[in-house]
Design a protein around this ligand. Structure first.
Ligand code: GCU
Length: 678
């Protein structure tokens, strides 16, 4: 009975709170950082809603949003349980995990609210004149966002690291104050990208800036400009104008190159224009020359600062402007030494990129998701090459078409935002995805999508050290252990019994290793078929860290023996790929607690981490396919996977610096290596 009554009440509420969709499907303008904007950053009111009751019923099914974000009238006879009045607040931009201790482990729903003021219809340029459009722009919301204005649904977005916007011209047509509500749902699952299982903290919230962008009805939606050939210095600019139905006059200018072109779009507002960039200085790490590119349509003017360069591969070389370049890199999560939590904005970008420059890096792997626009824009200024990645991480639901569609949307949003960033040279479509037919088909489709959208950059993916390589390592370690004078006879006997039990193991080892004896070294040439679909093969490998921990789970060899044997073996290991393509070692590293030093180099000491870096850098020098490295990782970062009390405390400690920027010994080893390398 109660249930039926409640369902009737809910249905009644539904009738009173009819959802009207006010956002329109018009494509939002790109390059918003370059446009006149009203910032909506600051303190927003919040309601923490673990059960998602704001728009769903405990009896199942979705219900129209409760009245609370219409600020229901309060009074001695009014039963109100959900209201933003006098509620807690969160700072936007910013994640909630680092702002409130009680939300550190929280990964469900938070409702956000603030008021926004509009001058009303027609204030296209925010000055009360014209027939302009208004867009509500979000730099990023992790993980899902649903948006309402004055209780009317505006739009929704999924994906935690790319910008999105809604046309809110009609919603803000009445002059005065309007109620803006955003539902942020940070629950990840098996069909999200990434899934819940990730070695980083899914910082939830409105994690990047929010703003109101006003444009004329006819405006420049986007333009992308690039150098097509570094020898002829011919370039091209593609311009999209919105709100026109006939050929439209626009101006393209690059003042520093004395380029000023009066041109016309086609009737759909599109223009594809060749540019003679003969006088341009090419962009490079040594000379990150940028040019203002200005596009004007009537009273709408948008400019972007662009560097002109080409990137391509030739055999196992990566070429920048036709010259081979070795990528002296480092991997980086989006967390800053300036504060806890998801980093954002110019100050964090500067702190972290300057640290990378101090290391001697010319390359940064922005793991494992698109970082803030401020970071790639600053990389342009500093001359740092960038690897930018979508979070297709570990075991994704590769068989699900809807998940593939999500991944393509994320790639499109990532590329659209940074298409003019000279620093971005590699789009990465995945990280450590286990081999399967579904995974290969999924990633081949993603690689095709990247090339469809942008054929001026390279495609890569960080590969898992696969089963074949791990088996080879295991066999090599066991065969060496059987001949190692430091391994006890008792252990040797136990190993022999085990292998005796698995006679095929040694036979397999012989097949892999060619010789099962002291000189055994694993064949680390990756045969991952994904190598066929990328331009640059990238491999994550953890010699000196993880592998020794796996072996005692398989055979009765103490980890200390396995660890010592692997260090010895690294003198002979050669890492490569069967494909004749450039190879990047996209991850290697070891954990260390900053300040913990011990000359005997126990695990978690800075000395152990330094030893791994020493051995790794010597080992990698032997790979003749090596085009670059991005050791894991610049700064310790938050992860629910890393609880070890008083050592990790929910940080992954593979950073070269601590979360506050304290440099570890390994920082200086890598710095020295980069200084000595050409
Ligand atoms: C993996 C993974 C990283 C992870 C790292 C680690 O290779 O790509 O996201 O943080 O190893 O284990 O520290």
């Amino acid at each position: 009975m109660i249930k039926k009554l409640l369902q009737r009440v809910v249905a009644l509420m539904g009738a009173t709170l009819m959802l009207s969709i006010v956002g329109t499907a018009m494509a939002a303008p790109n390059l918003v950082e370059q446009r006149q904007r009203v910032s909506l950053d600051g303190e927003w009111q919040i309601i923490v809603d673990p059960l998602g009751l704001g728009d769903s019923s405990p009896f199942g099914g979705d219900i129209p949003e409760r009245g609370y974000f219409l600020n229901p009238p309060r009074g001695p006879q009014n039963l109100v349980e959900f209201s933003f009045d006098n509620s807690q607040t969160l700072t936007v931009p910013g994640d909630w995990n680092s702002q409130k201790a009680e939300l550190f482990f929280y990964d469900r729903t938070v409702w956000y609210h603030r008021m926004i003021t509009s001058a009303g219809t027609g204030d296209g340029m925010g000055d009360g004149t014209g027939d302009g459009r208004k867009f509500l722009h979000f730099g990023a919301v992790n993980y899902r966002a649903k948006v309402w204005i004055d209780g009317a649904f505006v739009g929704a977005h999924e994906g935690g690291f790319t910008p999105f916007a809604f046309d809110v011209t009609d919603a803000l047509s009445a002059p005065g104050d309007h109620s803006l509500v955003v539902k942020v749902d940070n629950l990840h699952g098996t069909h999200t990208i990434p899934t819940r299982w990730a070695d980083w903290l899914h910082f939830g919230g409105i994690t990047r800036s929010v703003s109101l962008v006003s444009v004329p009805a006819a405006h420049i939606e986007d333009f992308t400009v690039s150098l097509k050939d570094h020898q002829t210095k011919q370039g091209v600019i593609k311009i999209d104008v919105t709100g026109v139905t006939s050929r439209t006059d626009i101006t393209v200018a690059i003042p520093a190159l004395n380029i000023q072109r009066q041109v016309q779009t086609d009737s759909s507002g599109a223009l594809y224009l060749q540019l003679d960039l003969s006088d341009a200085t090419l962009w490079s790490p040594q000379n990150p020359q940028l040019y203002d590119v200005i596009v004007t349509l009537g009273d709408d003017e948008v400019s972007d600062r662009v560097g002109f360069r080409t990137v391509e591969t030739r055999g196992t070389d990566i070429l920048l402007n036709g010259e081979p370049i070795f990528l002296k890199g480092v991997a980086m999560h989006e967390e800053s030494i300036l504060h806890e939590g998801r980093s954002h904005g110019p100050a964090d970008a500067k702190a972290m990129l300057m640290l990378a420059k101090e290391l001697g890096a010319n390359f940064i792997r922005l793991a494992h998701y698109p970082h803030d626009a401020a970071t790639t824009r600053l990389a342009d200024e500093l001359g740092l090459l960038i690897w930018s990645e979508v979070p297709v991480y570990w075991q994704i639901a590769f068989e699900d078409e809807a998940v593939l569609a999500k991944a393509k949307t994320m790639i499109g949003e990532m590329i659209r935002r940074d298409a003019n960033r000279a620093s971005v040279v590699i789009w990465s479509i995945a990280n450590e995805t286990p081999e399967s037919d579904e995974r290969l088909a999924f990633l081949e489709a993603l690689a095709d999508e990247v090339r469809r959208l942008d054929n001026t950059r390279l495609v890569s993916a960080a590969l898992l050290t696969g089963r074949k390589e791990l088996e080879a390592i295991g066999y090599a370690v066991v065969s060496r252990a059987l001949n190692d004078p430091q391994v006890s006879d008792k252990t040797k006997q136990a190993l022999a019994d085990e292998i005796g039990f698995f006679p095929s193991a040694i036979a397999r080892a012989a097949a892999w290793l060619g010789n099962v004896g002291p000189a055994a070294a694993p064949d680390m040439r990756s045969e991952d078929p994904l190598g066929e679909f990328v331009d640059v093969v990238a491999i994550n490998e953890y010699f000196g860290w993880y592998y020794a921990a796996f072996i005692p789970l398989i055979v009765p060899l103490p980890e200390a023996d396995a660890r010592r044997i692997i260090f010895d073996m690294m003198d002979e290991v050669v890492i490569g790929t069967k494909f004749d393509k450039p190879l990047i070692i996209s991850e290697f590293g070891a954990g260390a607690k900053a300040g913990y030093t011990d000359p005997t180099a126990p695990i978690w000491s800075e000395d152990y981490q330094a030893k791994v870096y020493d051995m790794q850098l010597q080992m990698l020098e032997r790979s003749d396919q090596l085009a670059g490295i991005s050791p894991w990782v610049l700064r310790d970062f938050r992860s629910y996977m890393r609880p070890l009390n008083s050592i990790q405390d929910y940080y992954n400690r593979k950073g070269l610096v601590s979360e506050t920027g304290q440099k570890k010994k390994a920082f200086f080893i890598l710095q020295q290596y980069y200084q000595n390398r050409e």
